[in-house]
Design a protein around this ligand. Structure first.
Ligand code: OSB
Ligand code: MG
Length: 369
């Protein structure tokens, strides 16, 4: 692919409103953007979804920067890459650090698709020209605030509503939501806030006709989830616990989940995300694309992978305007009637706007072979 340079930028963007999960509240989104240039001056873009703090998983903006600079980028200079599918094996002897790997791999996929003059989703083998999306709503100060947010997003057309739960913000809240909205597609996400001691409590959720319960138990568990799934009618969806195709295979074999949330960053890139998709399609498990409060660049990667046929459930890739006053891409990601029309332009299909990117860049560094 004839790489000329790789630029990392540490970004900080203020969100429209804070986002609260069982692990904390976030106001400012810190992340890393990757720009890979080829000899002809084309650019490919990637986004690391690692957060400022290691609360969702162990990766952070700081650790991703170090791993990319000291280990991953030097590997890309050592071995010529002819197709982005090779990147995961070039990185394979670096343990974990999946979000760092994914950010670089994603930039190479965008660049490759542009070199081929094809939209990224086609290069990935995607088929859908529009994708269904839902929305994820954080823990709120009051139930009435939550109900009015749901009202708004249902009116805007989102295809399913996901609400965050945690001990003290669960059964009563879900009951109130179901009572007010008896027919919406509804799910909950606990971000690992419960243990098997809560089994009877979690079983109460069965009465609310939820599409799924996402990651109720520990972030690194698939054993207890299997025990819990046996006691629940509601399908369990794993998020945090799945880092690879191997993890997915084991979780499915154990019966730890009936649905998987695929996040490109969490599994180390588009190639691994596609493998998990292919496996789940063959096993008959529905998958959907999760979100990590991405800027438009990460969002565009999510749109591309969601075009694969197994992504049958609405994902978390809401419109750019969900979190941002102005996003980094042109046009922004828009949602109409719960659908995103997949762009047909080469690469990601949304153009990063340099002036906006510069505005939110805290510091940057460029690497050359
Ligand atoms: O668990 O899916 C999650 C946001 C940050 C970290 C983890 C999660 C989330 C979301 C929001 O649920 C998804 C989004 O809107 O991008
Ligand atoms: Mg989740």
């Amino acid at each position: 692919m004839q790489l000329h340079s790789i630029t990392l930028r540490a970004m900080s963007m203020r969100m429209k409103s804070p986002f609260t999960t069982s692990f904390g509240t976030q106001w400012d989104k810190h992340f890393i953007l990757v720009e890979v240039r080829d000899k002809d001056g084309r650019s490919g873009w990637g986004e690391s979804v690692a957060m400022k703090e290691p609360f969702y998983n162990e990766e952070t903006v700081g650790t991703n920067w170090l791993i990319m600079k000291e280990f991953l980028i030097p590997l890309l200079w050592q071995k010529p890459v002819s197709h982005p599918q090779e990147v995961s094996s070039i990185f394979s002897h670096i343990r974990r650090n999946n979000m760092a790997k994914s950010a670089l791999e994603g930039a190479l996929w965008d660049l490759y698709a542009k070199q081929q003059n094809l939209p990224l989703y086609r290069v990935l083998g995607g088929e859908r020209t529009e994708i269904q999306v839902g929305i994820s709503i954080g823990v709120q100060d009051s139930v009435s605030k939550l109900l009015s947010l749901i009202e708004r997003y249902v009116t805007e057309g989102y295809r399913r509503i996901k609400i965050k739960i945690k001990p003290g913000w669960d059964l009563d809240v879900v009951a109130a939501v179901r009572n007010r909205f008896p027919d919406i597609s509804l799910m909950v996400d606990a971000n690992s806030a419960y243990t098997l001691d809560d089994i009877d409590h979690l079983a109460e959720l069965d009465q609310f006709n939820l599409m799924m319960i996402e990651q109720p138990l520990a972030h690194d568990d698939i054993i207890d989830h299997a025990a819990l799934q046996k006691k629940l009618r509601t399908p369990i969806c794993l998020d945090e616990s799945i880092h690879s195709l191997e993890d997915a295979r084991k979780a499915v074999a154990l019966g730890s989940c009936r649905i998987i949330n695929i996040k490109i960053g969490r599994v180390g890139g588009l190639a691994e995300a596609r493998k998990i998709h292919d496996f789940c399609l063959q096993k008959g498990l529905p998958v959907w694309c999760g979100g990590m409060l991405e800027s438009g660049i990460g969002r565009a990667h999510n749109v591309a992978i969601t075009t694969l046929p197994g992504f049958t459930l609405p994902g978390d890739t809401a419109a750019s305007s969900r979190y941002w006053e102005k996003d980094l891409i042109e046009p922004e990601v828009t949602v109409e009637n719960g659908l995103i029309r997949v762009p047909e332009r080469p690469g990601l299909g949304y153009e990063p706007v340099r002036e906006r990117i510069d505005e939110f860049t805290m510091y940057s560094e460029t690497f050359r072979p």
